[in-house]
Design a protein around this ligand. Sequence first.
Ligand code: MG
Length: 250
Amino acid sequence: MVAVPAVAQVKVVAHRGYWKVGGATGPRDALVSSQNSLRSLVKADSIHCWGSEFDVWTSADGDVFVNHDARINGIEIESSRTTLVETQRLPNGELIPTLDSYLRKFTKHPNLEVVLEVKEHKSMKLEDRCVTEAVRLVKKYGLENRITYITFSLNAMNTLLKALPQGSEVYYLDGELSPATLKRVGAAGLDYELGVMKSHPEWFRQAHELGLKVNVWTVNEEEDMKWCIDQGADFITTNEPELLQRLIRD
Ligand code: MG
């Protein structure tokens, strides 16, 4: 028997959903393996991830779409009309999801935390519209109590913090701000790339002392997962959620 550690268990966040089905070495499922697809969200829930992460952009008309890159099939989302963006397909054949359809899908998966990344737009005006529309849709679907917002953009973070009720969780991704600075600007925590945390392992402790939480991305190797767990990460974002779940269980 192994004693159960007193620390809270690290939470598994599927990075852009769970799309590498079968894990690092298992078979791929062509119908699933599109990042940020509706199917990747469903698959993240099917293996009981804590949360499923995805990225959002607004179109030039102010409609919000789920996609990692600024472009899909060569079309830049933020400078294109909705009528053009909405016809684009992911590699698995799905149409690019609207944020509306994505959040509606989350309502069918009530145990899955929504982890919404507002991408850094070229125009702050469009970025602010993206935030406003995302917050409206989250409210429309009653997801306010199970959402974590994340962003690289300080502008988006400030706009989010103004738009959201006090106590809402917004995490910062860009890696250059210390826990003390993040505390000052009102972030719930740091959501930093693995290399940043390896350069600043003291930030785990500093963050926790300030009441902030720590997420690390994108952690795909077993050794790195173990390191993050040992450092006391609260969340780990990974393309290999089944591997991480096995490590946590064992
Ligand atoms: Mg992301």
